[in-house]
Design a protein around this ligand. Structure first.
Ligand code: ATP
Ligand code: MG
Ligand code: MG
Length: 551
């Protein structure tokens, strides 16, 4: 079994099957708050929730945890749905909103008040914090703690009716101000907030807190296993208290370690800052760890699912090397996409002994590891482009590329030999390299067995398609930007390089936005879905060919 299948959550489910705890049911949910775009950490949660349910014959709800109207928007709801679907998961008709439960949540709060388990408190937010105490010091009881049920019911109703200003009163659970768990020291259940909600509009002036709304939402949906991240471990007693005190269906909260990736940040709040402060072009900037950013960069859903599967599910937090994510997309694309030739920084090569005006159409297989991809014709002519870095006038030893007097093979074509170089008089920069070709050495021909050390990619100058290519580096210079005083201070100023005069082989003209290729020796690329035009395509480098992941 993969790491994911053998995880501790599966063990819990197996136990629950054996004790018949949920009558053999497995029902999970993915509960995003629609306050930003999903990131790769959410992908892990999606794969886990949908994956574990599917493997156990269960089902999964998509639930928008929309109890905080100030930060939530419809745009985010739409993007979340699109991202979950793109990853390959389907909630069928099980899409819910926590805001659908506002009436029930209110009724349950009234029930708690009637049972003497909740009270209206007039302390300010600051005072509540002060009274709460610390880990080493017990809390102090609120002077409003012993209000009568009647007074609490009246005040809570008037909170709802809009009689009090924002922040002036809250509804609190009456639990234990001396509890060693700070979350149990009379946590706030409801606050007054005048904010327009993206679904309920101005109907509500009070909103439930996450710790109150979440267990009840799980319960109403008959969720069996409510999987969340480790920082909620300390909240579990409150989760259980809420359901037990109300005496309603009891879902089970299970915590796992959140995914952290090197050289990136993974909180919506921080990602939003990058967007709003212009460090990136948007939530879908190809450098972003968002699902939309990864999609635009050229990542496949399969590679992300594979990644989530490989990292498995742990009970303690750790940092995953981003090189592992890159490894997964290389593995996916290596044999699945065409291998073509694109020159990123062109240098003109003239084959002096090749007849002017002649064009040969050379047969070239797309991917030797996947014959099913077929082949294309590559035009070869007297004038070509190679990479600037594949030529040196005064090369060091072991430079097996082009240099005066040296031979190289042009991929799928001929062996050429460099005869001379035309240079810019002032800068000394090579402008044009003159070569001769050996007609006996055509690739695939009987006499092509002559060996030279280097093979270069190239394109025919008269047939090439100009394009822009964007190369990416890590968005941050530090492995763990969260450790910095201000994570923005270590944004990598060189994380995007735009090469605007690239020359690509003819077969790429008309390449569909979103289509993926390997450019020989240069990496894997994807046609940008936003900035490409018919006349000027833009290619994003998904990842280079060099795998740096140490297994
Ligand atoms: P953020 O801090 O990025 O806003 P969040 O946990 O507040 O994250 P939610 O929208 O509440 O974001 O998350 C929905 C689900 O995704 C939750 O169950 C949450 O635990 C899970 N999740 C969020 N980030 C990660 C992560 N880095 N790794 C694994 N799961 C995550
Ligand atoms: Mg959250
Ligand atoms: Mg958050």
């Amino acid at each position: 079994p993969s790491a994911l299948e053998a995880n501790f959550i599966q063990n819990i489910i197996n136990d629950d099957f054996s004790t018949n705890k949920y009558n053999g049911r497995v029902h999970t949910r993915f509960p995003p708050e629609p306050n930003g775009y999903l990131h790769i950490g959410h992908a892990k949660s999606i794969c886990l929730n949908f994956g574990i349910a599917a493997r156990n014959g269960g089902i999964t709800n998509l639930r928008f945890d929309d109890t905080n109207p100030a930060k939530e928007e419809v745009e985010y709801v739409d993007s979340i749905k699109a991202d979950v679907r793109w990853l390959g998961f389907d909630w069928d008709d099980r899409m819910f909103y926590a805001s659908d439960y506002f009436d029930q949540l209110y009724d349950y709060a009234v029930q708690l008040i009637k049972a003497g388990k909740a009270y209206v408190c007039d302390l300010s937010a600051e005072e509540i914090k002060e009274y709460r105490g610390t880990l080493t010091e017990p809390g102090k009881e609120s002077p409003y703690r012993d209000r009568s049920v009647e007074e609490n019911l009246d005040l809570f109703e008037r909170m709802r009716a809009g009689e009090f200003p924002d922040g002036s009163r809250v509804l609190r659970a009456k639990i234990d101000m001396a509890s060693p768990n700070l979350n149990m020291r009379d946590p706030v259940l409801y606050r007054i907030l005048r904010a327009t909600h993206h679904r309920t509009g101005d109907k509500w002036l009070i909103y439930p807190m996450y710790d109150y709304a979440h267990p009840i939402s799980d319960s109403l949906e008959r969720i069996t296993h409510s999987i969340c991240t480790l920082e909620f471990e300390d909240h579990r007693p409150l989760y259980d208290w809420t359901l037990d005190t109300l005496g309603i269906y009891h879902s089970q909260q299970i915590e796992f370690a959140r995914l952290n990736l090197t050289y990136t940040v993974m909180s919506k709040r921080k990602l939003r800052m990058l967007v709003e402060e212009g460090f990136v072009s948007g939530w879908d900037d190809p450098r972003m760890p968002t699902i939309s950013g990864l999609r635009r960069r050229g990542y496949t859903p399969e590679s992300i699912r594979d990644f989530c599967d490989r990292i498995g599910v742990a009970k303690s937090n750790s940092m995953v090397d981003i090189a592992m994510l890159e490894h997964c997309i290389r593995e996916d694309l290596n044999s699945s996409v065409p291998r073509v030739m694109g020159v990123l920084r062109p240098l003109k090569v003239v084959i002096d002994n090749y007849p002017e005006g002649r064009v040969e159409e050379l047969e070239a297989e797309y991917n030797p590891e996947n014959p099913g991809l077929g082949s294309r014709k590559l035009p070869f002519s007297r004038e070509l482009y190679i990479e600037q870095e594949d030529f040196m006038e005064n090369p060091p030893k072991k430079f097996f590329r082009l240099a005066p007097g040296q031979e190289v093979r042009l991929k799928n074509a001929y062996i050429i030999r460099c005869e001379s170089v035309v240079k810019d008089e002032k800068s000394g920069e090579a402008l044009e390299v003159h070569c001769t070709y050996d007609p006996e050495t055509k690739s695939g021909s009987a006499a092509s067995s002559r060996k030279v050390k280097g093979t270069l990619h190239w394109v025919s100058a008269g047939h090439a398609m100009p394009a822009e290519v964007r190369l990416y580096d890590h968005l941050f210079l530090k492995e763990n930007p969260d450790e910095e005083k201000d994570f923005r201070a270590c944004v990598n100023p060189d994380s995007l390089m735009k090469l605007t005069s690239c020359m690509l082989e003819r077969s790429l003209s008309g390449a569909a936005p979103g289509s993926r290729y390997q450019f020989l020796r240069n990496g894997f690329f994807c046609v940008d879905t936003v900035d490409s035009t018919k006349t000027k395509p833009v290619f994003n480098r998904i990842v280079s060919l060099k795998d740096t992941w140490a297994k």
